[in-house]
Design a binder for this molecule. Structure first.
Ligand code: MRU
Length: 473
């Protein structure tokens, strides 16, 4: 197909990726980047069309053609209806040869310039504000089902945090802020003193949902400060409530921006060709978007590096196997799930180049609480001479806690350990322990990657400086 080379080819050339595009376009039978451009734009248009008329199109399309077109158009990524629909088409098309164009699309998604042409916004939202309530992607159901849960009351938001509908330190903070804004709106019709009392109780209730991630308390404090400042200027409950809605939305936007900045600072630490071991999920699902540890991974991919991720499955909630693998596979970033007990084996065999994890709370001296199982990875990394990086926004640093021993560790229901999903894996009557986090002493940590830069030992000074430069209020 004739046509001028699209503008993005210049950007790909600058990124040194044009040769790869040429090779793939030729292999897939396209005339060149211009033809590919036409195809990609067609797919974007098709996605819009399919979104609008999914049902009718499914009836119109048939067999492999339908399956290909739906997959190219990313319909498999859409919650509920899309998943069910592609399931039906997949059954119909099963046994047919995998389409070359699909492989090409997967390949091109690794180049941000092309990727952004087809997806200029994230394909899922971890947490979002609507006038009807706080909408959460239900992480308990992933990867089997993509279901958005609307929490119409602050109590429903608290339950969602406790039950891990939403989880991950920054995401919990953003969600709590939105839940508090929702509660403040409910209280907006009250007399000012009633509002103040109700608002204080609301904040206390949110603070009691989960104890370890400091981002929760950070977000609550920020909401309290906004309410107090507005009340001091004489604002009434309704005006305070609206200011809190605005603040919650700002916290979300700032979290995404912090993750992107953090990714940019961390990217140079990732060598070309690296194999990165991560634990739990410190990705877009654990934040308002983009991720912390996975933000660094995404930034490295966007810089054109060929990297791969080993995702520890993370017993018992399986955040690694279910969530990290889901969101990386969705972005076509190579990921291999391993059980937690395999980490040492892969390190010793030279199949890990660095360990990169998130954090729930970082003490003033750098000791870091993160998902249970992080500490042994840090010890193994040191034994195997591998760098161990923590990626977290400055909102995860707790300057009021001197060292890790003082970080409160959440104890969760032992039933979560005794079962694998609905299946009980231990005999009836047997008990289990379930600390949800452990603390990695700072001596095992090579560096802490924040949105204001990479902090290296000595951490006390470095973290203090990062906090003073971060947007933490
Ligand atoms: O119990 P969870 O799933 O909330 O624990 C989450 C973690 O431990 C994450 O690794 C951490 O919050 C970093 S999130 C960017």
């Amino acid at each position: 197909m004739p046509g001028a080379a699209p503008a993005w080819t210049a950007r790909l050339r600058a990124a040194g990726a044009l040769a790869a595009v040429d090779e793939w376009t030729a292999r897939a039978g396209f005339g060149g980047p211009a033809e590919l451009d036409v195809q990609l734009r067609g797919l974007v248009a098709l996605q819009t069309e399919i979104d609008a008329r999914l049902g009718e199109l499914l009836v119109e399309m048939s067999g492999q053609d339908a399956w290909q077109r739906l997959r190219f158009a990313g319909v498999g990524r859409r919650p509920c209806r899309g998943v069910q629909a592609t399931g039906r088409v997949r059954r119909h098309a099963s046994g047919l040869k995998a389409p070359t164009l699909h492989a090409t699309m997967q390949h091109f998604r690794r180049f941000p310039q092309v990727h952004s042409m087809t997806e200029d916004k994230p394909s899922f939202e971890t947490v979002s504000w609507t006038d009807e309530g706080v909408v959460l992607l239900d992480q308990r159901l992933l990867p089997a089902e993509e279901v958005n849960l609307n929490c119409g009351t602050p109590q429903e938001v608290m339950t969602a945090i406790r039950d891990m509908v939403v989880r991950g330190a920054p995401a919990i903070g953003v969600t709590a802020a939105m839940g508090i804004a929702l509660g403040a709106r409910e209280l907006a019709g009250r007399a000012p003193e009633d509002f103040d009392g109700g608002f204080a109780r609301l904040c206390d209730d949110f603070a009691a949902t989960r104890p370890t991630a400091v981002n929760l308390f950070w977000a609550i404090d920020r909401m309290k400060r906004v309410a107090a400042a507005r009340r001091e200027t004489g604002a009434g409950p309704a005006a305070v409530a609206e200011a809190l809605v605005t603040e919650a939305r700002t916290i979300k936007e700032e979290d995404i921006a912090a993750c992107r900045a953090l990714g940019g600072h961390g990217e140079p630490l990732v060598p070309e060709g690296a194999s990165i071991l991560t634990h739990c999920n410190a990705g877009a699902l654990a934040t308002a978007g983009y991720g912390t540890a996975l933000g660094v991974v995404r930034a490295a991919v966007e810089a054109g590096k060929n990297i791969q991720v080993l995702a520890g499955e993370t017993r018992p909630f399986l955040q690694g196997a279910r969530l990290t693998a889901w969101e990386l596979a969705r972005d076509s970033i190579p990921v291999t799930v391993i059980t937690d007990s395999m980490a040492g084996h892969f390190m010793r065999r030279g199949q890990v180049d660095l360990v990169l994890v998130g954090a729930d709370r970082i003490a003033a001296n750098g000791d870091t609480a993160n998902k249970i199982g992080t500490y042994p990875l840090a010890v193994l990394a040191q034994e195997n001479d591998l760098p161990f990086y923590v990626a977290a926004p400055t909102s995860t640093i707790d300057p009021d806690i001197a060292h890790g021993d003082d970080i409160p560790i959440e104890e969760r229901d032992p039933e979560e350990v005794l079962r694998m999903g609905a299946t009980r894996t231990a005999p009836e009557g047997v008990s289990a322990a379930h600390p949800a986090f452990d603390v990695t002493p700072h001596r095992y940590i090579t560096a802490i990657i924040t949105e204001v830069g990479v902090v290296r030992p000595p951490f006390i000074e470095g973290l203090r400086d990062a906090l003073s430069r971060g947007k933490v209020l």
